[in-house]
Ligand binder design. Structure first.
Ligand SMILES: [Fe+2]
Length: 386
């Protein structure tokens, strides 16, 4: 098998350079190109030795630095630039890691889509752990977090069903973030609910709180009391549905990515409003977030001439969310806890009868960066965080 250029076992076999470009040939035959300005911007001596933070600004660099000389010294790359005294030394392993990142910066954590939700089995096809196994073994936690990020959803079992346990169960996973619903919110049926989640109605697939800034990154739901009939959980991969829409109705997909939709929430203690597209793209055109919550979409601010076109795309997406092929159905038991990416995985539930069975879940939101940070630190190993 050919080595990954990020593999620390590769070394530099050959160097070619011009004043503006340097070409490295690795020991496995692969090549990487580095611009002179990029190398000059990454001179190790321009970073603080302890924190690794950059000491200079791009405006401190020569506008068009030209390489005067480049050579290999003891396996490292040594570079000198014209009209500068400084000499930079780039460790070959560092360059190899950068080459891998330049090729595909996000490959390691790339989403693995599951368009076949109805054919999936929550127990068989997603990561499961218990608080005990997660706490005892960093490798179990590392793998669980990796799958949470790649698949968008993962589960814990045997979480004690005392109220509030969710907070300690989530402590190895990320930072819990408080909102106007509190640090922990109770999902159970109440009289005159401020949010229809706090009723016994069925809820169609949705993401939570698109009216908030930032939108909650990950969501956790812990079942304290399960309803024996009804209250089945529904999950679907919004990225997979967006990909299907992009393929089947590219014009509708474009409408949804280019139009900011107003979302709003009002209660006695909060008035929240935000505008965002239902499908959000990265600069590279990749789907990076899905925001869909029919309960909190405010009146759409469209002129009559454009409303019909948008409504067509909006309706098409809503119909796809009702398509049973995408939805995984799962009856969670007391003690089960699900964590999912709230900007990717849509969730919902079937109706239940609160008067007969007091279904009770507790929920929390986790910040997106803290979960990814835990995953990255564990993947890097004990030395990686330094
Ligand atoms: Fe929800």
């Amino acid at each position: 098998m050919r080595n990954d250029p990020g593999d620390l076992s590769v070394s530099i076999r050959r160097l070619d350079w011009t004043p503006t470009m340097l070409v490295v040939e690795w020991s496995d035959g692969r090549r990487a190109e580095f611009a002179s300005i990029w190398l000059r911007d990454n001179v190790p001596a321009d970073r603080d030795a302890f924190s690794g933070q950059r000491l200079i600004d791009v405006a401190d660099l020569p506008a068009s630095p030209r390489i005067r000389r480049a050579e290999l010294r003891a396996g490292a790359l040594s570079v000198e630039w014209e009209q500068e005294c400084a000499q930079a030394c780039f460790p070959s392993q560092w360059l190899a890691r950068q080459a891998a990142a330049l090729e595909d910066p996000s490959e390691r954590w790339r989403a693995r889509l599951w368009p076949d939700g109805a054919a999936r089995d929550a127990v068989r096809d997603f990561a499961w752990a218990t608080p005990g196994t997660m706490g005892a073994d960093p490798a179990t936690l590392a793998d669980w977090l990796r799958r949470l990020i790649v698949e968008g959803m993962a589960f814990l079992a045997d979480v004690p069903t005392e109220p509030g346990t969710i907070v300690s169960a989530l402590s190895p996973i990320g930072q819990v973030a408080a909102t106007n619903y509190g640090l922990v919110f109770d999902v159970r049926s109440v009289v005159q609910p401020e949010n229809l989640a706090y009723s016994d109605r069925g809820l169609g697939l949705h993401t939570d709180n698109p009216y908030r800034e930032p939108v909650p990154g990950f969501q956790a739901l812990h079942v304290l009391v399960a309803a024996p009939d009804g209250g089945e959980s529904l999950f679907a991969d919004g990225f997979a549905i967006a990909a299907a829409l992009r393929q089947e109705s590219p014009g509708d997909f474009e409408q949804l990515t280019r139009t900011a939709v107003p979302f709003a929430y009002r209660s006695r203690d909060a008035l929240l409003e935000a505008r965002r597209p239902l499908i959000q793209l990265s600069c590279a055109g990749e789907v990076i977030a899905v925001h869909y919550n029919s309960r909190s979409i405010a009146p759409l601010p469209f002129a009559a001439a454009t409303a019909e076109r948008y409504y067509g795309a909006y309706r098409r997406f809503a119909e796809m969310l009702r398509d049973p092929r995408f939805a995984l159905r799962f009856m969670m038991r007391a003690g089960d806890l699900v964590v999912f990416d709230n900007q990717r995985i849509l969730h919902g539930r079937t109706a239940f009868i609160a008067a007969r069975h007091p279904r009770h879940l507790q929920g929390c939101y986790l910040t997106r960066d803290s979960v990814r940070s835990r995953a990255a630190l564990l993947a890097a190993g004990p030395e990686g965080g330094a």
